[in-house]
Design a protein around this ligand. Sequence first.
Ligand code: BTN
Length: 262
Amino acid sequence: MREEWKKRLGTVWAGTECLGFRILDSTNEYGKSLAVRRPVHGLLITAQSQTAGKGRRGRTWQSPEGTAVLMSLCVEPEFLPERAAGLTLVMAMAAAEAIRELTGVQPGIKWPNDLVLNGKKICGILTEMVFRKEAYAVILGVGINVNTEQFPKELEETAGSLKTELGRAFSKDALIGMVLRFFEAYYEQYQMTGDLSLLKERYEAFLVNRDKEVRVLDPQHPYQGVAKGITKEGKLIVVDQNNQEQCVDSGEVSVRGILGYT
Ligand code: BTN
C-alpha cells in the first residue's frame, strides 16, 4: 500500500510518508504534535474532516466531510527560520499550478496565499512552525474547496469551490499528488537561494492584485495604492498615492482590493 502510494506519487520526499485520517481536530495540530518529537521532513497528513480546523488570523476553517482537500505537509528546511515565511507563497504557487493542471483553468493568487477563482476564495493556507532540539519544522496546512457545495452563511458571498465555479466534481487524491509534485520542485528552488528570487516571476503570473488598486489595512496608517509585484522575501510592492514604493509584510497588515474581496 505504502509502496504503491509512493510509486504513484512520483516525488522524492514530499508526501512519501502519508498519514490519512477520516477525522482529526486539525491536520496542522497533528503535524505539530509529531514534529516536536521526531523528524518529519516530507510527512503528509490528510483528513476527510476536521473538528477544529484553523484558518489564518485566529479564524476557523470548516468544510463538510469528504468535500475538501485538508492536508498538512511538514518540512524541515536547511535555511534559517526567518526565511521560512516565504514557503507559504511557494505552497500557494504549487496549489495554483496543481489546480490549473487538474482543471485546465488557472486560479489567481490573492497576495499572499489565498487562491481565487471567479473572485471566490477556493483555497487557504496556514503555515506554522515548531522547534525541536537542533531542528525546526514548518507545517504547511492547505485547505482546498474541491467538491464543496455548502459554505457557512457569512462566507456565501466570498467562498467557492472547484465544483461551484467549474460545474463538475474533481478527484481530491489526484489534486493532492499534483500539489506535492509542484511543491517539491519549487521547494528545491527556494532552498537554493533561501528566498523567492527564482520563483518570483512565476508567482507574479498568478497574482490577481498585480497592477490593481489595493487598500493596505495597516492599523496605524491605512492607505491606498497600486500593487506592482513581490520582493524576493515575498512582501507586496505597493506604489502609494505619493508615488512612493512601499513593501507590505503579510505578518503585519492585510490587503484588500478596493472593489470587493480580491
Ligand atoms: C486561511 O485562513 O485562509 C487558511 C486556511 C487553512 C486551512 C487548512 S485545512 C488543513 C490545515 N489544517 C488546519 O487546521 N488548517 C489548515
